[in-house]
Design a protein around this ligand. Structure first.
Ligand SMILES: Nc1nc2c(c(=O)[nH]1)N[C@H]1C(S)=C(S)[C@@H](COP(=O)(O)O)O[C@H]1N2
Ligand SMILES: [Mo]
Length: 190
């Protein structure tokens, strides 16, 4: 019987062993997390705010996933731990028609994703990488992990999740990156 097997790595990607640090601007440093919060807001029935203690007390998910950076590197079997985005939805209940999510990070960084992408089993708000606390340069205290899209959508230093009726291109999307960013379709640049 003939069948097609999807390759492990998307087109144009090279597997690497290290873990590059890539972002625009400063790395936030927190003395403590007493004033840290995660806000879920916008087109929802009720807006919610989690302290760090509240968020990290929720049921956690461990995820093993390959990640793909638009600059051409892929890293296999990265291990993350945190809370599934989907598991937060019942706290806010997005309004009908709120089909977009705008993720807000420190210093005004944003990235946009369709809600259906965010609902996938493998979308995490993570605070652990390879069984250790995230390091500041990789997004401590909280980063998004969306393995099915190029890694620029995986915002570091996340502070807010906005639900929206309309799509709104974020930082890298306005800078010329593709609005969707599916690595299997090589949606690199607009
Ligand atoms: N807040 C924030 N998150 C960000 C970025 C950024 O500039 N700011 N850059 C993105 C890009 S382009 C990439 S490739 C990944 C890199 O994550 P890493 O440094 O953990 O490898 O972070 C993404 N998350
Ligand atoms: Mo990137």
């Amino acid at each position: 019987m003939e069948h097609t097997v999807r390759p492990r790595v998307p087109p144009g990607q090279t597997v690497i062993q290290g873990f590059p640090v890539l972002h625009y601007g400063e790395i936030p440093r927190y003395k403590d997390l007493r004033n840290w919060d995660l806000r879920l807001f916008g087109a929802v029935e009720s807006e919610v705010r989690f302290t760090y203690a509240e968020l990290t007390a929720l049921p956690t998910t461990r995820l093993v996933a390959d990640i793909h950076c638009v600059t051409g590197w892929s890293k296999l079997d990265t291990v993350w731990e945190g809370v599934r985005f989907r598991d937060l939805l019942h706290y806010v209940r997005p309004l009908p028609g709120a089909e977009y999510v705008i993720v807000h990070a420190e210093y005004g960084f944003t990235t946009n994703l369709p809600l259906w992408r965010m609902m996938a089993d493998n979308v995490l708000l993570a605070w652990k990488y390879n069984d250790q606390s995230l390091t500041p340069e990789h997004g401590w205290p909280l980063r998004l992990v969306v393995p099915d899209l190029y890694f620029w959508k995986s915002a570091k230093w996340v502070r807010g999740i906005e639900f929206s009726f309309e799509d709104r291109p974020g930082f890298w999307e306005r800078a010329g990156y593709h609005n969707e960013g599916d690595p299997w379709l090589e949606q690199r640049y607009a």
